[in-house]
Write a protein of this length. Structure first.
Lengths: 366, 366
């Protein structure tokens, strides 16, 4: 292999794929990045056997070939080089990298030892092109409620599925739940995408990205963003029938300013650290306020109020961290907070008509 | 105690002193911040028995008094409140804090249990007013070479001392040494200031600070920056006679561009991780270059060059981290790098005439 690339392109590609190159599966070669000529391009790829990520960059190729190279060293080295062209040449499984006054040899491993990169069934008809901002928001709004408990794998992913003509994303860890409507669809989709995969896709979005192309086959999903490609396995299993958990109606409703609610929740959370985040939220129709009360047994206590439009009354005990996280992904100035007594879940949503996002939090025992 | 302060001033004061409030000495009350009325001001203070830091803020005082309060909770709480006035009131050793819709009670400890804040002998004549930029630079340039090995306490501080009519700062960890000339002085000074104290003073410098007033007595030093005051013990003992360690002349000299040297050192360091940072620096008078060579036994090797003006020739083995850190505090575009053979120390300094800073690094065995 012998070729020339630009430092800018090569460094960007190495940084993007390098995060996936980790030796979790116990195979040392997974710490390496695969470099392989592909027509007039250089393929730069890494895999951890669950996710494979590939970048293509333009290259002037004098001699085709392939090699794998330790990810961290080459990524940091190329990232530190000045802008301009970089010459790469393989001799005896070693990669010679030179750029101006900088000359390095990095010991590689032959590409034949690298796991084959996964391919997807291109004939699948389940595909979407999603605008980049919608994609980022929908993924951020749902991964936040996924579980990280690997004993229930189906809950460690986001459930992409069709329902009444729309594509929905949903995730739950058993304590909270989120659902986001994304686009209309005529396909019949039901796929659980691992949170790690979605996070990796988010990291591959740069300022030049305009949309994400998504293709599902039976067992895998592929994301394409410009010249980057990520293929991941899907989580095996059936997602629980979460819709039955969302209360159809609530007795108590409060409409509040989001920024004020964020501040009040943060302050209540400071005093709730010693009690597992427990804060009591009380809706008072006489004062037209929502108040949050928390007690740090040895340290003190806090009551913070905010103005609200109220229907009904009552109180509910919630985890302040869950409340903060829900508020952080609610894209609205004014939100509705509703519940029915101390035992059923509370719902947060925008007051916008036809809102596309619901966030549900189970109460704590109080 | 009953008074009103502004959120902005109170929050800034709490953040500034809160860093010192840690329970290192095993006394729980050292986790607390002391609040005490002082005429028309509120004193906000913390101490770890080595460093005491005090801030004065304006207050509308209805009833004088004092209380101590857990540092972390009050700092975070006040920091989260909206701008505006905050009412403080002590009843039964509890501090009631209220601001608009926010009401908290924080359990305190009576101020009598708090260690007495240190005072300094104001009659001492050893005092300096140092411009803020000079102070920041001189401290940053010297603390970097101080030791963190507590078995030799004198090396864990910066040696402030007079020599031939000037005040010098010097620090060494036995592997490297730095010396900075600061101002002219007629006093006879010899004081070792703990690195932690100097770091705390740096953190107290905000954009409104113009100078630092420094006062030494026999065993303590006091720094004043606007309304902040830090009093620290000095390190007991004699600083080694470091001047004899700085070579009077060098056989080999290279003048190089600093930014290029930074990049070359960084890259050489990537390949030197497995060899304890060891890089071989070679000065070549024929090619007019300085080259850095490093070997990562299993991973590969690197040679990077930069152009230089050369006198003499030879090579020396250095720790790339020490070299990087030295370059990070050298305030110059062009620097002189000099040494005499493989065994004596190398010196880095600006090529500016009458430069006020020397950085010395001992070679590694090669």
């Amino acid at each position: 292999m012998e070729l020339t690339v630009t430092q800018e392109n090569f460094s960007r590609a190495l940084s993007a794929v390098g995060r996936v190159a980790t030796n979790k599966a116990g195979l040392p070669i997974l710490n390496n990045i695969l470099l392989r000529t592909d027509g007039k391009r250089l393929l730069v790829a890494a895999t951890n056997l669950e996710i494979a990520t590939t970048q293509y960059i333009g290259a002037k190729i004098a001699k085709p070939g392939a090699i794998t190279i330790p990810a961290r060293l080459i990524t940091e080295f190329v990232g530190s080089l000045p802008k301009g062209s970089i010459d790469l040449k393989v001799t005896n499984d070693n990669l010679h990298i030179s750029s101006g006054h900088f000359n390095s040899i990095i010991n590689g491993v032959i590409a034949d030892d690298f796991p084959e990169l996964p391919t997807i069934n291109e004939e699948s008809s389940i595909s979407y092109s999603i605008g980049i901002e919608d994609f980022k928001q929908a993924v951020s709004q749902t991964i936040i409620t996924a579980s990280n408990d690997s004993t229930r794998p189906v809950l460690t992913g986001v459930y992409w599925h069709s329902h009444e003509g729309n594509l929905f994303l949903a995730a739950t860890d058993g304590y909270r739940l989120s659902e986001r409507r994304l686009v209309e669809t005529k396909s019949d989709v039901s796929a659980i995408i691992p949170v790690q995969t979605l996070q990796e896709v988010l990291r591959n979005i740069n300022e030049t990205a305009e949309e994400v192309d998504i293709l599902f086959d039976e067992t895998q999903v592929r994301f394409r963003i410009n010249e980057a490609e990520i293929i991941s396995r899907l989580v095996d299993g059936n997602f629980p029938d979460y819709r039955q958990l969302i209360p159809a109606k609530s007795d108590t409703k409060a409409t509040v300013d989001k920024q004020e609610f964020v501040r009040v929740t943060k302050i209540a959370g400071l005093f709730a650290r010693e009690s597992g985040g427990s804060v009591v939220v009380t809706v008072d129709p006489d004062k037209n306020t929502v108040s949050l009360h928390s007690v740090a047994s040895e340290l003190g206590e806090n009551t913070s109020e905010l103005e609200a439009k109220i229907t009904g009354d009552g109180s509910i005990t919630l985890n302040s961290r869950y409340l903060s996280e829900a508020l952080s992904v609610l894209d609205t100035d004014t939100l509705e907070f509703s519940f029915s007594g101390k035992l059923s879940p509370c719902i947060l949503k925008s007051t916008k008509k036809d809102t596309n996002y619901y966030h549900v939090i189970m109460p704590l025992k109080s």
